[in-house]
Design a protein around this ligand. Structure first.
Ligand code: AAT
Length: 292
């Protein structure tokens, strides 16, 4: 039936599926946008699934959330205004809140059910919403970004779902153009960018689009996240024209940030060495992602 096809034959990774033993289904409901599922797994803690695609597990969310937040924020000095697109679980907010220079954290998540479910089942992530600098906007990021004054943000983090469903438009050129406008000169974007084992074609397309729009620099980084398809996830890092940004060498190292390591929760994955290492690419990626 249709549900089975969705789980086992996702067009993003045909011919493969990753299994986790389910101890107990904790929540399953259809929101206005997608099917939201939370289950207790046997070995990875609680797991959030949207439309049959795993979004996070308690065991390895640290790798994704820490990297997607600190790769951009440690690449510029004293970030002040930040926007998160998607990220309704709050995990990226929790990481951003380690940066004491930040004054404003806007987040635009389309699906209120994701936020409510996270507050109920993932308090270690949803704690991110408690930071008083956070301003929540529930709606489509494409609409939200259209009305943002030019140059408002120092950094934008796109923590959105795969480009099937409500996130389709978030990998297209007009969206990147709006993001670039919303950034100050020398501002940075970090965008979730799929797996180098599965999607070099998609990565190549996204990078070529970004190179046309972001006149500073464009780089690809990656991290190991065992519960994501093929066990890795990538990030595209871009900067707008202006003061140059050298993403590969953090100018705002986390180890020197006042309070960043004494936060309510320790950093489990990210450090300056992981930051630098994330930009090293296998030879096949260099070859297949021609735009790099
Ligand atoms: N931190 C968990 C990882 C995610 S969550 C992606 C979020 O993006 C979801 O909560 C989804 O509701 C939201 N989203 C999707 N489309 C939009 C949109 N148009 N506007 C605003 N928010 C949106 C990503 C996991 C990546 C999985 C890799 N395979």
């Amino acid at each position: 039936n249709k549900a089975k096809r969705m789980y086992f034959h996702n067009p993003m990774w045909p011919g493969e599926a990753h299994s986790l033993a389910v101890e107990k289904i904790l929540f399953k409901e259809r929101s206005e946008y997608q099917e939201v599922l939370v289950f207790e797994s046997a070995t990875y803690g609680k797991v959030l699934v949207l439309d049959g695609i795993l979004q996070l597990s308690e065991k390895d969310e640290c790798a994704y959330q820490e990297m997607i937040a600190h790769l951009p924020l440690c690449s510029i000095k004293s970030p002040k205004n930040v926007l998160v697109v998607g990220g309704g679980d709050g995990g990226v907010l929790r990481e951003i809140s380690r940066h004491s220079s930040i004054e404003l954290i806007d987040i635009c998540e389309i699906d209120k059910m994701v936020i409510d479910v996270s507050k109920k089942f993932f308090p270690e992530l949803a704690v991110g919403f408690e930071d008083p600098r956070v301003h929540l906007h529930v709606g489509d990021a494409v609409e939200f970004i259209r009305n943002i004054p030019e140059g408002k943000y120092d950094a934008i983090i796109v923590d959105s779902s795969d480009p099937v469903g409500p996130a389709q438009e978030l990998v297209e050129r007009p969206f990147f153009e709006m993001l670039a406008k919303a950034l100050r000169p020398g501002g940075v974007l970090c965008n979730m960018a799929e797996s180098m084992w599965l999607h070099t074609h998609l990565i190549d397309d996204m990078i070529s689009v970004c190179q046309k729009i972001f006149k500073g620099s464009v780089h690809y980084a990656w991290a190991s996240v065992p519960t994501y398809p093929s066990g890795v996830i990538g990030f595209i890092l871009c900067s707008t024209e202006g003061p140059p940004v050298d993403f590969r060498n953090p100018v705002n190292p986390i180890e020197k940030l006042q309070g960043a390591l004494e936060h309510q929760r320790e950093l489990k994955f990210y450090n300056s060495q992981m930051h630098r290492a994330a930009f090293a690419l296998p030879s096949f990626v260099r070859k297949e992602v021609k735009s790099l």
